[in-house]
Ligand binder design. Structure first.
Ligand SMILES: NC(=O)C1=CN([C@@H]2O[C@H](COP(=O)(O)OP(=O)(O)OC[C@H]3O[C@@H](n4cnc5c(N)ncnc54)[C@H](OP(=O)(O)O)[C@@H]3O)[C@@H](O)[C@H]2O)C=CC1
Ligand SMILES: CC(C)(CO)C(=O)C(=O)O
Length: 332
């Protein structure tokens, strides 16, 4: 059995694809989603046509439902990881494999601390998922899953293959996570813009905000000895220059980055929209902290973190690109 612990957007989508392909999947999450899925089932769609349906998903609200799972996919937001691990600990089967499918750099370490008996592996989800109501979850960008390689994954790899989920088993997941975090630095910018990802990334001023944040991250990574992995054939060190290109050139040079569903938004936008606390402390805030640890400044990431916290309490979410860029320059 596979358990998805903290089944929201990513958990329902990944677990739903596995269940639709025949895997025995139990979801653990909140009452509101349990009720929604009991009424509507799960419907999964994707940018390039994949569609799947799970009419009666097994969705529980108590952590006991994880008992007996050989594989647990943890998909809570970063701030909820420690609490989720503590809830899971008494029910985890001996020898279970726990995979963090979360953004950020530290979630697997938090899980390991609370689940010392389990095989805990870091993972990363490259694609975007938006919950559109009535049990529907839509994958709005291409991409697959990456997990730190371990022999214990052999037993579960066929279920992912069966579901058509691309599962890359990487020797160095820290590099993959660091590269993903470079992209997640855009989550804050996207949320503060109030625009869909495609519209926001099509505007140079927003991209220049992201380039500022990424340059700070790359400097912090260098100081910390972290080497972000090459993604889709692109050396991550080239990203800031690519983002700074004028719109017409960027559209041609970075077509893959704009291959996004026109309605897709970042998970940080989703959090603000739902009135939830965001993960910004684990994304832009992580870079500001890493930079500080190494005696570097990261004013753009620090300011983006502050602006998202302000937005959590009702602050602005309609920054134009030039306004946001000027604000980040002022912070330097
Ligand atoms: N959405 C996306 O497109 C992407 C997200 N990610 C990453 O994946 C991770 C999950 O994101 P996402 O799916 O969007 O998050 P969601 O908020 O949609 O889903 C997490 C769910 O877990 C629930 N939850 C929290 N704590 C517990 C608990 N102890 N027991 C049971 N349920 C719990 C939450 O409920 P409540 O809100 O009530 O606490 C929520 O429903 C994050 O790290 C995110 O950054 C990565 C790639 C893309
Ligand atoms: C896929 C991506 C980068 C989309 O913004 C994401 O990880 C998120 O929304 O959290």
């Amino acid at each position: 059995m596979i358990c998805v612990f903290g089944a929201g957007s990513i958990g329902c989508y990944v677990g739903g694809r596995l269940a639709a392909a025949g895997a025995d999947v139990v979801f653990v999450g909140r009452r509101r989603l349990a009720d929604e899925l009991a009424a509507h089932g799960l419907t999964l769609t994707a940018l390039h046509g994949t569609a799947a349906r799970v009419p009666a998903p097994k969705y529980a609200t108590e952590p006991e439902a994880a008992a007996g799972a050989g594989l647990v996919l943890v998909t809570v937001k970063s701030a909820a990881t420690a609490e989720a691990a503590a809830a899971l600990a008494p029910h985890l089967a001996p020898g279970a494999v726990v995979v963090s499918l979360q953004n950020g750099l530290r979630n697997a370490a938090v899980l390991r601390e609370h689940l010392p008996e389990a095989t805990v592996l870091a993972g990363s989800v490259a694609f975007n998922v938006v919950h559109t109501g009535e049990g529907r979850f839509h994958q709005g960008t291409d991409g697959g899953l990456a997990v730190q390689d371990h022999a214990a994954l052999d037993a579960f790899a066929p279920a992912f293959a069966q579901a058509g989920l691309d599962l890359v088993r990487a020797a160095d997941l820290r590099g993959v996570q660091a590269a993903k975090l470079l992209l997640n630095l855009n989550n804050a910018i996207n949320a503060l813009s109030g625009l869909p990802l495609k519209t926001e990334l099509s505007q140079r001023a927003y991209r220049r905000c992201l380039a500022l944040a990424q340059r700070e991250a790359l400097a912090a990574y260098r100081a910390a000895g972290i080497r972000p992995a090459t993604t889709a054939g692109l050396d991550p060190r080239l990203l800031p220059s690519l983002l700074g290109l004028p719109d017409a050139l960027f559209t041609r040079a970075a077509a893959r980055m704009l291959a996004v569903d026109p309605h897709a938004r970042s998970s940080t936008w989703e959090d603000l929209e739902a009135g939830r606390v965001t993960e910004v402390d684990y994304l832009n805030g992580e870079i500001a902290a890493l930079a500080a640890e190494h005696g570097l400044a990261a004013p753009a990431n620090r300011r983006l973190t502050e602006l998202v916290h302000a937005a959590e309490s009702g602050g602005r979410r309609d920054w134009t690109g030039p306004e946001l860029l000027a604000e980040l320059h002022r912070a330097r």
